[in-house]
Ligand binder design. Structure first.
Ligand code: EPZ
Length: 440
């Protein structure tokens, strides 16, 4: 798949003819944000690990490239970008300990190699990730947690230089001004997995992806208690075994298709998801008065003309996820009246506002709050993807806009959604992936 950022590359876009009513079922893929930390955690294990239901996404592909560059052996038993994969990883003794800028720059989650490299090799040199479309992405809490375990860390020439002859379990508080850190909690959990004694992380993130990593570490032989709460207790082990682990379904992909069904359905059933991860989304659907039925591993939603505007803020789990904010905003443009959407996790995460307005939406930003005057007709236009969830919101709007919408630079979308155009076509959407010369 042609990749590319700005420059003279061939890039891809999605071309959508709006107005088709979606009907049918869509299957959820494995969780991107569940799989990423687990792939990095494989650095910790002396024995081979097999990881199943890994989604065929560019972020996953990039992570496997990083692991290979670090000297791990990576065996994917299926074609890439085709869907969900089974991967076997062997982390022998010849592991490198540097993750260079070129690798980390493209994917912030690469910072998650820091904890495992420190735990396994006693040192790590990882580029600072830098900012991205949703705001600057500090890692101060990651470093605070690793220092609490005894790591010596300094920042030089844009790199995190970390050393730890031994890691010793400690008690720490890991939340910041915007609440807990998901990747920071996971980074520290992975370092603590081979630290001497017990580590207690207070103010830990509660996201389902943290629980997923805890289950993986338990499968490697680590004692982990309290994952899913704000206090996680870990007792490190000097050596870790291998395991065969299956990644759970992607809750953000599931919620994206549920909101898409509410916006462009007909009746859409999202299959192979875990509704237990979606309580705050169901609360929003109830407040919007979107008809929906929740099964054991599926959710059926029906698009109806008369919905109610709402006032809502994104919050750390179990609050309404920031990763649904752009998708909900797209839906709110359809609802007559004034809706208020406040972003309390990433206050700058509004690159999609200007693009939705190009499609005819009327959204005004007041600091971390978007004011949406909904109910206005949307008309197709050329729009630019920016971050992966903003890209999804533009596709959603294109599905209901009159005429043709082209969403450019969809390599952003391919980071988090397996073959979105194929899944939407199966629901009756008129959407196609096309190549183009990049504009700049
Ligand atoms: C994870 O990012 C997810 N990424 C993000 O999903 C998600 O939006 C985010 O959690 C919040 O739920 C992955 O899991 C790969 P944070 P993460 O550290 O861990 C501040 C997607 O769409 N902060 O929980 O990097 C930070 O600026 C992606 O799949 C510090 O101040 O996010 C933010 O305001 C986008 N210091 C807040 O905490 C730190 O050291 C939450 O960030 C770390 C974070």
């Amino acid at each position: 798949m042609p990749q590319g950022e700005a420059g003279n590359h061939i890039v891809e876009m999605l071309e959508i003819q709006g107005g088709r009513v979606l009907e049918g079922a869509v299957q959820v893929s494995g969780s991107k944000n569940g799989a990423l930390p687990i792939l990095f955690a494989s650095i910790l294990a002396e024995a081979p690990v097999t990881i199943r239901n890994v989604p065929g996404l560019s972020d996953i592909h990039h992570t496997l490239e990083i692991l290979s560059e670090l000297g791990l052996s990576v065996d994917t038993q299926s074609e890439f970008f085709g869907g969900d994969m089974t991967i076997t990883i062997r982390a022998g003794e010849g592991i490198e300990t540097t993750a260079p800028y070129e690798m980390v720059r493209q994917m912030r989650a690469s910072i998650c190699c820091l904890g495992p490299l420190l735990a396994r090799k006693g040192r790590a040199r990882v580029s600072l990730p830098g900012g991205c479309a949703i705001g600057d992405r500090p890692v101060d809490l990651h470093l605070k947690g690793l220092r609490a375990l005894g790591a010596e860390i300094r920042i030089e020439h844009g790199y995190i230089e970390a050393r730890a002859d031994r890691l010793v379990g400690a008690r720490m508080y890991l939340s910041g001004a915007f609440g807990p850190t998901v990747l920071g909690t996971q980074n520290v959990m992975m370092a603590a997995a081979r630290a001497e004694g017990e580590t207690i992380i207070e103010g830990a993130a509660c996201e389902p992806e943290v629980i997923c990593l805890a289950r993986f570490l338990q499968a490697l032989g680590v004692s982990v208690e309290g994952a899913g709460t704000h206090q996680i207790r870990i007792v490190g082990q000097p050596e870790l075994g291998g395991t065969d682990f299956t990644v759970p379904p992607d809750r953000i992909e599931a919620g994206t298709y549920i909101l898409t069904g509410a916006m462009a359905g007909g009746t859409v059933t999202v299959e192979g998801c875990d509704p237990g991860d979606l309580s705050s989304l169901f609360d929003v659907l109830e407040r919007l008065q979107v008809p929906h039925e929740v099964g054991s591993d599926s959710v059926t939603v029906t698009g109806v003309p008369r919905l109610h505007p709402i006032d809502i803020a994104t919050l750390p789990h179990p609050g309404f996820p920031t990763d649904f904010q752009a998708q909900l905003m797209a839906l709110l443009t359809r609802i007559p009246g004034i809706s208020i959407l406040t972003e309390k996790v990433y206050p700058d995460r509004f690159m999609h506002v200007a693009e939705l307005n190009r499609l005819g939406a009327r959204i005004r930003k007041e600091g971390p709050t978007a004011i949406i005057e909904g109910g206005h007709r949307l008309s197709g236009a050329d729009v630019m993807a920016s971050d992966l969830r903003a890209s999804a919101s533009l596709v959603m709007a294109g599905l209901v806009a009159e005429g043709t919408t082209r969403v450019h630079r969809i390599y952003h979308l391919d980071r988090g959604y397996v073959r979105m155009e194929k899944k939407l076509r199966n629901l009756g959407a008129e959407i196609a992936r096309k190549s183009e010369q990049s504009a700049s």
